[in-house]
Design a protein around this ligand. Structure first.
Ligand SMILES: Cc1cc2nc3c(=O)[nH]c(=O)nc-3n(C[C@H](O)[C@H](O)[C@H](O)COP(=O)(O)O)c2cc1C
Length: 200
């Protein structure tokens, strides 16, 4: 099938997010000026640069995470393995601004080193980030969209000792969760090497 966006897909549900899958989940913790903390999952999330390491996430509509990072210009991005899936989902509840999803979803927090936002203590990894840029994306007609995209440069990295094997970050141990389309998720289990042309 093919559809032009203007004509609509004619399906029971929009397939877009199922096509762009799997998406890593950035579980974003942040703090407001008044010190209140926030935690929420974002699957419009990815790494966009390696050197320096830069990540992005995108808020559809203005949400508490966006308001916090506008105020304090920093956030932590926690990674969700299979054991934390339920807590991650619970933390997506829409709470009044200032109420902590850490408390609501009974998630233990720990201090970050370089930023004031807390991190998820049980996450297998966490990137401490400082905001580079916040953009309200414009569409092809130069009209503002509902997407607010935040770019952050990584300034500190936490890795849980139990997911390290012989100096390598061991994804078989971390078991990263990813967002698919509809209500679906995946857990990474099938890992293999593929050499690029010219690689030994
Ligand atoms: C797995 C998952 C991924 C999500 N990804 C996004 C996303 O990329 N952008 C977004 O705006 N909301 C996303 N949401 C919804 C937000 O997590 C939800 O609106 C949350 O209440 C926002 O919290 P905040 O207002 O504290 O920032 C996602 C929810 C889940 C469960």
């Amino acid at each position: 099938m093919f559809y032009r966006l203007e004509d609509g897909h004619g399906l029971p549900h929009d397939p877009f997010k199922a096509i762009v899958a799997p998406r890593p989940i950035g579980w974003i913790s942040s703090v407001a000026h008044d010190g209140s903390v926030n935690l929420a999952p974002y699957s419009f999330f990815n790494a966009v640069s390696g050197k320096p390491p830069i990540v992005m996430f995108s808020s559809e509509l203005r949400k508490d995470t966006l308001a916090n990072v506008e105020e304090t210009r920093e956030f932590a991005c926690n990674f969700v393995g299979e054991p934390l899936l339920k807590e991650m989902s619970a933390s997506s509840a829409s709470l009044p601004r200032g109420d902590s999803e850490f408390d609501f979803a009974h998630i233990e927090q720990a201090a970050c080193h370089e930023i004031k936002a807390p991190r998820v203590k049980a996450a297998y990894a966490c990137l401490e980030c400082k905001v580079i840029k916040i953009m309200n994306l414009k569409d092809i007609n130069d009209e503002p969209t509902n997407a607010w995209t935040v770019f952050g440069q990584v300034v500190g990295v936490h890795i849980a000792e139990e997911v390290m094997t012989d100096g390598r970050f061991d994804l078989e141990k971390a078991k990263p969760a990813a967002r698919l389309g509809y209500k679906d998720y995946a857990v990474v289990r099938d890992i293999f090497e593929l050499k690029r042309p010219g690689q030994a």
